[in-house]
Ligand binder design. Structure first.
Ligand SMILES: CC(C)(COP(=O)(O)OP(=O)(O)OC[C@H]1O[C@@H](n2cnc3c(N)ncnc32)[C@H](O)[C@@H]1OP(=O)(O)O)[C@@H](O)C(=O)NCCC(=O)NCCS
Length: 161
């Protein structure tokens, strides 16, 4: 069955919190020197039939759309791709000029995933994860043998020729 993405409703809040806890050790996401309660943001849920399969949260500042979090319950199931397609189409339909996000230097799966889906590298924010750890001590120091230290910013720009 194809994955379907729909905006989250108040009834989805338990899933939103469970998904954020599973993927990010809680609903607080520490990025670019901010602690953001992702469970309070607009969100979209990927559905595999009647089962939720993934979550995306985002926020809008002017015409800039920020993808704050994305996670699939079972990586490789297509939920992530469906969620990225949804946010891109939704942002474009709302006349966004930029859709952007940060990932961390260890996350080579996400870096591959975003670039294969048309996101372009913008910047490396050195030691941003080290600073984020002061806001959220649960951020691990190392994953897959890679020290977590830096944020990598990627974007899609709309309306450029
Ligand atoms: C990154 C993530 C959201 C992608 O979602 P997904 O549902 O797994 O993505 P899809 O199933 O649509 O697959 C996308 C591609 O990644 C590949 N992939 C997914 N998980 C993988 C893994 N663990 N190892 C290797 N490849 C993987 C898929 O095979 C697919 O490859 P393709 O482009 O060659 O077809 C998901 O892996 C995830 O939840 N990761 C943990 C949370 C996270 O890191 N979020 C990003 C924070 S910035």
């Amino acid at each position: 069955m194809a994955i379907e993405v729909r905006p989250a409703t108040p009834a989805d809040l338990p899933y939103v919190q469970a998904s954020l806890t599973a993927a990010f050790h809680g609903s607080l996401v520490a990025v670019h020197d901010e602690l953001i309660d992702a469970s309070a943001l607009p969100a979209a849920v990927a559905w595999d039939g009647d089962e939720p399969a993934g979550l995306l949260t985002y926020r809008i500042v002017g015409t800039d759309w920020e993808l704050v979090s994305i996670a699939a319950d079972k990586p490789g199931s297509g939920a992530g791709t469906a969620l990225l397609r949804w946010i891109r189409e939704t942002a474009a339909a709302a006349s966004a000029t930029r859709l952007w996000l940060v990932t961390t230097n260890n996350n080579v799966t996400a870096l591959r995933f975003y670039q294969r889906n048309g996101y372009d590298l913008v910047a490396v924010h050195r030691d941003a994860v080290t600073r984020a750890r002061a806001l959220k001590p649960a951020i691990p120091h190392e994953l897959d043998g890679i020290p977590l230290r830096h944020e990598i910013e990627l974007e899609v720009r709309f309306g450029e020729v």
